[in-house]
Design a protein around this ligand. Structure first.
Ligand SMILES: [Zn+2]
Length: 335
Protein backbone atom coordinates (compact mmCIF):
# COMPACT_ATOMS: atom_id res chain seq x y z
CA UNK A 1 0.00 0.00 0.00
CA UNK A 2 1.34 3.41 -0.87
CA UNK A 3 1.77 6.04 1.77
CA UNK A 4 -1.43 7.99 2.06
CA UNK A 5 -0.06 11.05 3.73
CA UNK A 6 2.68 13.58 3.28
CA UNK A 7 5.02 14.85 5.96
CA UNK A 8 5.31 18.61 6.60
CA UNK A 9 4.24 21.07 5.44
CA UNK A 10 0.88 19.28 5.11
CA UNK A 11 0.80 18.02 8.67
CA UNK A 12 -0.05 19.93 11.77
CA UNK A 13 2.01 19.12 14.79
CA UNK A 14 -0.04 18.90 17.93
CA UNK A 15 2.37 19.78 20.66
CA UNK A 16 0.00 21.23 23.20
CA UNK A 17 -3.08 19.19 24.03
CA UNK A 18 -4.69 22.38 25.26
CA UNK A 19 -4.37 23.92 21.83
CA UNK A 20 -6.71 21.35 20.33
CA UNK A 21 -10.12 22.73 19.57
CA UNK A 22 -12.90 21.78 21.91
CA UNK A 23 -11.28 20.92 25.23
CA UNK A 24 -13.32 18.38 27.16
CA UNK A 25 -14.40 20.75 29.89
CA UNK A 26 -16.20 22.79 27.28
CA UNK A 27 -17.99 19.69 26.08
CA UNK A 28 -19.20 18.78 29.53
CA UNK A 29 -20.00 22.30 30.67
CA UNK A 30 -21.20 24.09 27.59
CA UNK A 31 -21.58 21.89 24.61
CA UNK A 32 -24.67 19.87 25.43
CA UNK A 33 -26.91 20.57 22.47
CA UNK A 34 -30.10 22.26 23.60
CA UNK A 35 -32.22 21.56 20.54
CA UNK A 36 -32.08 19.98 17.11
CA UNK A 37 -31.44 23.43 15.67
CA UNK A 38 -28.57 23.95 18.09
CA UNK A 39 -27.18 20.53 17.13
CA UNK A 40 -27.39 21.33 13.42
CA UNK A 41 -25.72 24.69 13.89
CA UNK A 42 -22.84 23.38 15.93
CA UNK A 43 -22.29 19.92 14.52
CA UNK A 44 -22.96 20.06 10.83
CA UNK A 45 -19.51 20.06 9.23
CA UNK A 46 -17.33 16.96 9.28
CA UNK A 47 -14.59 18.98 10.95
CA UNK A 48 -16.85 20.13 13.81
CA UNK A 49 -18.11 16.56 14.32
CA UNK A 50 -14.56 15.22 14.45
CA UNK A 51 -13.49 17.91 16.91
CA UNK A 52 -16.44 16.93 19.07
CA UNK A 53 -15.47 13.24 18.95
CA UNK A 54 -11.85 14.14 19.66
CA UNK A 55 -12.80 16.00 22.82
CA UNK A 56 -14.87 13.05 24.05
CA UNK A 57 -12.35 10.39 23.07
CA UNK A 58 -9.29 12.14 24.45
CA UNK A 59 -10.60 14.55 27.10
CA UNK A 60 -7.10 15.29 28.41
CA UNK A 61 -5.65 15.67 24.92
CA UNK A 62 -4.42 12.98 22.53
CA UNK A 63 -3.10 9.77 24.05
CA UNK A 64 -1.57 7.00 21.98
CA UNK A 65 -3.33 3.68 22.60
CA UNK A 66 -0.09 1.76 22.07
CA UNK A 67 2.50 3.73 24.04
CA UNK A 68 0.54 6.38 25.95
CA UNK A 69 2.45 9.25 24.34
CA UNK A 70 0.66 12.60 24.36
CA UNK A 71 1.80 14.11 21.07
CA UNK A 72 0.65 13.28 17.59
CA UNK A 73 0.75 14.50 14.05
CA UNK A 74 -2.55 15.22 12.40
CA UNK A 75 -2.14 13.87 8.90
CA UNK A 76 -3.83 15.13 5.77
CA UNK A 77 -6.09 12.07 5.71
CA UNK A 78 -7.46 12.89 9.19
CA UNK A 79 -5.42 10.20 10.94
CA UNK A 80 -3.37 10.97 14.03
CA UNK A 81 0.14 9.56 14.06
CA UNK A 82 1.83 9.15 17.43
CA UNK A 83 5.03 11.18 17.32
CA UNK A 84 6.75 8.59 19.52
CA UNK A 85 5.86 5.18 18.10
CA UNK A 86 4.22 6.02 14.78
CA UNK A 87 0.94 4.30 15.60
CA UNK A 88 -1.86 5.76 13.49
CA UNK A 89 -5.41 6.14 14.62
CA UNK A 90 -8.45 8.29 14.05
CA UNK A 91 -11.24 9.64 16.21
CA UNK A 92 -13.58 7.02 14.76
CA UNK A 93 -11.25 3.98 14.85
CA UNK A 94 -12.90 1.04 16.58
CA UNK A 95 -16.22 2.84 16.99
CA UNK A 96 -19.63 2.51 15.34
CA UNK A 97 -18.62 5.48 13.17
CA UNK A 98 -15.57 3.75 11.72
CA UNK A 99 -15.56 3.59 7.90
CA UNK A 100 -19.05 5.04 7.70
CA UNK A 101 -19.96 6.59 4.39
CA UNK A 102 -22.69 8.65 5.95
CA UNK A 103 -21.69 12.06 7.32
CA UNK A 104 -21.11 12.08 11.08
CA UNK A 105 -23.70 14.84 11.35
CA UNK A 106 -26.38 12.35 10.26
CA UNK A 107 -25.24 9.89 12.94
CA UNK A 108 -25.46 12.66 15.49
CA UNK A 109 -28.94 13.52 14.31
CA UNK A 110 -29.91 9.84 14.69
CA UNK A 111 -28.61 9.79 18.27
CA UNK A 112 -30.33 13.06 19.07
CA UNK A 113 -33.61 11.70 17.75
CA UNK A 114 -33.15 8.45 19.66
CA UNK A 115 -32.68 10.32 22.93
CA UNK A 116 -36.09 11.89 22.44
CA UNK A 117 -38.03 8.62 22.03
CA UNK A 118 -39.50 8.06 25.45
CA UNK A 119 -40.94 4.66 24.68
CA UNK A 120 -38.16 3.20 22.60
CA UNK A 121 -36.71 3.96 19.20
CA UNK A 122 -37.82 2.14 16.06
CA UNK A 123 -36.00 1.64 12.78
CA UNK A 124 -38.82 3.23 10.78
CA UNK A 125 -38.76 6.28 13.05
CA UNK A 126 -35.01 6.56 12.79
CA UNK A 127 -35.21 6.33 9.01
CA UNK A 128 -37.73 9.19 8.93
CA UNK A 129 -35.69 11.33 11.30
CA UNK A 130 -32.43 10.96 9.39
CA UNK A 131 -33.63 10.62 5.81
CA UNK A 132 -31.69 7.38 5.36
CA UNK A 133 -32.82 5.83 2.09
CA UNK A 134 -32.61 2.24 3.20
CA UNK A 135 -34.68 0.68 5.99
CA UNK A 136 -32.03 -2.00 6.58
CA UNK A 137 -29.42 0.70 7.18
CA UNK A 138 -31.71 2.36 9.72
CA UNK A 139 -32.28 -1.02 11.39
CA UNK A 140 -28.52 -1.64 11.56
CA UNK A 141 -27.88 1.80 12.99
CA UNK A 142 -30.55 1.29 15.59
CA UNK A 143 -28.98 -1.94 16.75
CA UNK A 144 -25.50 -0.44 16.82
CA UNK A 145 -26.72 2.52 18.85
CA UNK A 146 -28.68 0.28 21.19
CA UNK A 147 -25.49 -1.70 21.70
CA UNK A 148 -23.92 1.48 23.11
CA UNK A 149 -26.65 1.80 25.68
CA UNK A 150 -25.45 -1.12 27.79
CA UNK A 151 -23.56 0.34 30.76
CA UNK A 152 -19.80 -0.11 30.38
CA UNK A 153 -18.37 -2.64 32.83
CA UNK A 154 -16.01 -0.15 34.45
CA UNK A 155 -19.01 1.96 35.45
CA UNK A 156 -20.31 0.06 38.47
CA UNK A 157 -22.96 0.79 41.05
CA UNK A 158 -21.81 1.89 44.49
CA UNK A 159 -23.12 2.67 47.94
CA UNK A 160 -26.33 0.90 48.93
CA UNK A 161 -27.64 -1.57 46.37
CA UNK A 162 -30.88 -3.50 46.46
CA UNK A 163 -30.56 -6.77 44.59
CA UNK A 164 -33.47 -9.00 43.66
CA UNK A 165 -35.31 -10.60 40.83
CA UNK A 166 -38.77 -11.00 39.41
CA UNK A 167 -40.72 -11.99 36.35
CA UNK A 168 -41.80 -9.54 33.67
CA UNK A 169 -44.62 -10.38 31.30
CA UNK A 170 -44.70 -8.86 27.84
CA UNK A 171 -47.66 -9.13 25.52
CA UNK A 172 -46.82 -10.50 22.11
CA UNK A 173 -48.86 -9.02 19.32
CA UNK A 174 -48.37 -11.73 16.73
CA UNK A 175 -51.02 -14.20 15.66
CA UNK A 176 -52.91 -15.62 18.57
CA UNK A 177 -52.92 -12.36 20.47
CA UNK A 178 -53.06 -12.72 24.17
CA UNK A 179 -49.87 -14.73 24.27
CA UNK A 180 -47.46 -13.54 26.87
CA UNK A 181 -43.66 -13.68 26.86
CA UNK A 182 -42.20 -14.20 30.33
CA UNK A 183 -38.67 -13.58 31.51
CA UNK A 184 -36.92 -13.51 34.86
CA UNK A 185 -34.91 -10.33 35.33
CA UNK A 186 -32.28 -9.69 37.98
CA UNK A 187 -32.32 -6.08 39.19
CA UNK A 188 -29.57 -4.14 40.97
CA UNK A 189 -30.90 -0.75 42.10
CA UNK A 190 -28.60 1.86 43.61
CA UNK A 191 -30.24 3.76 46.42
CA UNK A 192 -30.23 7.52 46.39
CA UNK A 193 -31.90 9.41 49.25
CA UNK A 194 -34.76 6.97 49.36
CA UNK A 195 -35.08 6.84 45.57
CA UNK A 196 -33.14 5.08 42.84
CA UNK A 197 -30.23 6.71 41.07
CA UNK A 198 -29.03 3.94 38.76
CA UNK A 199 -29.91 0.40 37.82
CA UNK A 200 -28.44 -2.65 36.11
CA UNK A 201 -30.56 -5.47 34.71
CA UNK A 202 -29.88 -8.92 33.39
CA UNK A 203 -32.16 -11.60 32.07
CA UNK A 204 -31.52 -14.93 33.71
CA UNK A 205 -32.57 -18.43 32.73
CA UNK A 206 -31.78 -19.96 36.08
CA UNK A 207 -31.22 -18.01 39.28
CA UNK A 208 -28.18 -19.54 40.94
CA UNK A 209 -25.16 -18.52 42.97
CA UNK A 210 -22.66 -18.64 40.10
CA UNK A 211 -24.74 -16.35 37.92
CA UNK A 212 -25.47 -13.90 40.72
CA UNK A 213 -21.85 -13.73 41.88
CA UNK A 214 -20.72 -12.96 38.36
CA UNK A 215 -23.47 -10.35 37.91
CA UNK A 216 -22.61 -8.64 41.21
CA UNK A 217 -18.89 -8.52 40.48
CA UNK A 218 -19.49 -7.10 37.00
CA UNK A 219 -21.99 -4.44 38.03
CA UNK A 220 -21.27 -3.41 41.64
CA UNK A 221 -18.13 -1.86 43.11
CA UNK A 222 -16.37 -3.56 45.98
CA UNK A 223 -17.20 -2.01 49.30
CA UNK A 224 -20.88 -1.57 48.40
CA UNK A 225 -23.64 -2.75 50.71
CA UNK A 226 -25.72 -5.35 48.86
CA UNK A 227 -29.20 -5.91 50.28
CA UNK A 228 -31.14 -9.04 49.31
CA UNK A 229 -34.08 -11.04 50.53
CA UNK A 230 -33.37 -13.75 53.07
CA UNK A 231 -33.72 -16.58 50.61
CA UNK A 232 -31.94 -14.98 47.64
CA UNK A 233 -29.42 -17.57 46.39
CA UNK A 234 -26.21 -15.58 46.79
CA UNK A 235 -23.24 -17.01 48.65
CA UNK A 236 -20.73 -15.33 50.92
CA UNK A 237 -20.17 -11.91 49.31
CA UNK A 238 -17.68 -10.76 51.93
CA UNK A 239 -14.90 -12.67 50.21
CA UNK A 240 -15.37 -10.43 47.17
CA UNK A 241 -15.27 -7.24 49.21
CA UNK A 242 -19.00 -6.58 49.62
CA UNK A 243 -21.09 -6.07 52.71
CA UNK A 244 -24.12 -8.31 52.43
CA UNK A 245 -27.31 -7.64 54.34
CA UNK A 246 -30.36 -9.85 54.16
CA UNK A 247 -33.71 -8.21 54.71
CA UNK A 248 -35.47 -10.01 57.54
CA UNK A 249 -38.77 -11.48 56.50
CA UNK A 250 -41.56 -9.54 58.12
CA UNK A 251 -44.58 -11.82 58.30
CA UNK A 252 -46.87 -8.80 58.46
CA UNK A 253 -45.51 -7.33 55.23
CA UNK A 254 -46.20 -8.55 51.71
CA UNK A 255 -43.10 -9.84 49.94
CA UNK A 256 -43.09 -6.79 47.64
CA UNK A 257 -42.44 -4.57 50.65
CA UNK A 258 -39.02 -6.01 51.37
CA UNK A 259 -37.11 -4.63 48.40
CA UNK A 260 -39.21 -1.68 47.25
CA UNK A 261 -36.68 -0.38 44.72
CA UNK A 262 -36.41 -3.73 42.98
CA UNK A 263 -40.20 -3.99 42.80
CA UNK A 264 -40.49 -0.43 41.46
CA UNK A 265 -37.96 -1.12 38.70
CA UNK A 266 -39.65 -4.38 37.69
CA UNK A 267 -43.06 -2.69 37.52
CA UNK A 268 -41.72 0.18 35.40
CA UNK A 269 -39.75 -2.20 33.21
CA UNK A 270 -42.77 -4.36 32.45
CA UNK A 271 -44.92 -1.36 31.61
CA UNK A 272 -42.23 0.23 29.45
CA UNK A 273 -41.40 -2.96 27.54
CA UNK A 274 -45.07 -3.47 26.75
CA UNK A 275 -45.34 0.09 25.45
CA UNK A 276 -42.16 -0.25 23.42
CA UNK A 277 -43.48 -3.48 21.89
CA UNK A 278 -46.53 -1.69 20.57
CA UNK A 279 -44.25 0.57 18.53
CA UNK A 280 -42.23 -2.27 17.04
CA UNK A 281 -44.21 -5.51 17.47
CA UNK A 282 -41.81 -7.64 15.43
CA UNK A 283 -38.83 -7.03 17.65
CA UNK A 284 -37.75 -9.49 20.32
CA UNK A 285 -39.58 -8.68 23.56
CA UNK A 286 -36.31 -8.05 25.39
CA UNK A 287 -34.42 -6.22 22.62
CA UNK A 288 -35.20 -3.00 24.46
CA UNK A 289 -33.78 -4.08 27.82
CA UNK A 290 -30.56 -2.05 27.73
CA UNK A 291 -32.38 0.88 26.18
CA UNK A 292 -34.63 0.89 29.24
CA UNK A 293 -31.58 0.84 31.52
CA UNK A 294 -29.98 3.74 29.65
CA UNK A 295 -33.17 5.80 29.74
CA UNK A 296 -33.80 4.99 33.37
CA UNK A 297 -30.27 6.02 34.35
CA UNK A 298 -30.57 9.21 32.27
CA UNK A 299 -33.94 10.25 33.62
CA UNK A 300 -32.56 13.21 35.54
CA UNK A 301 -30.47 14.37 32.58
CA UNK A 302 -31.37 16.67 29.74
CA UNK A 303 -31.69 15.30 26.23
CA UNK A 304 -28.42 17.03 25.37
CA UNK A 305 -26.60 15.38 28.29
CA UNK A 306 -27.93 11.97 27.30
CA UNK A 307 -26.83 12.67 23.73
CA UNK A 308 -23.28 13.50 24.82
CA UNK A 309 -23.22 10.43 27.12
CA UNK A 310 -24.07 8.10 24.26
CA UNK A 311 -21.61 9.68 21.82
CA UNK A 312 -18.94 9.47 24.52
CA UNK A 313 -19.66 5.76 24.96
CA UNK A 314 -19.26 5.31 21.22
CA UNK A 315 -15.69 6.62 21.30
CA UNK A 316 -14.44 5.50 24.71
CA UNK A 317 -14.02 1.87 25.57
CA UNK A 318 -11.97 2.66 28.65
CA UNK A 319 -12.76 4.74 31.72
CA UNK A 320 -11.24 8.17 32.11
CA UNK A 321 -10.08 7.23 35.62
CA UNK A 322 -8.64 3.88 36.74
CA UNK A 323 -11.32 1.40 37.65
CA UNK A 324 -11.75 1.49 41.39
CA UNK A 325 -12.35 -2.26 41.59
CA UNK A 326 -9.05 -2.93 39.88
CA UNK A 327 -7.37 -0.22 41.94
CA UNK A 328 -8.82 -1.67 45.14
CA UNK A 329 -7.65 -5.13 44.17
CA UNK A 330 -4.15 -3.79 43.55
CA UNK A 331 -4.00 -1.91 46.81
CA UNK A 332 -5.22 -4.98 48.70
CA UNK A 333 -2.67 -7.20 47.10
CA UNK A 334 0.12 -4.81 48.00
CA UNK A 335 -1.16 -4.02 51.47
ZN1 LIG B 1 2.59 5.77 20.45
Amino acid sequence: MTACYIRPPLVLKLTEPASIAFPSDRVTELAYPHSLRDLRERLSSDEACRDFLFALRWPGGFRCARCGHRKAWLLANKLYECSNCGQQTSVTAGTVFQNTRTPLSVWFRAIWWMMGQKFGATAAGLQRATGLKNYETAWNWLHKLRGLMAPPEWDRLKGLIELGSGEVRIRTLQAGSGRVFRATIVVAAQSDNGGISEIRLRRVAELNEDFLTSFIRRTIKRGAVVVTEQSFPVGHLGRFGYIHERVPRDKNQPLEGELPRVRTVLTELERWLNQAREHEPNSHPLSYLEEFVFRYNSKSKSRGQAFVDLVRRAVTAEPAAPDSNAAAARSESTA
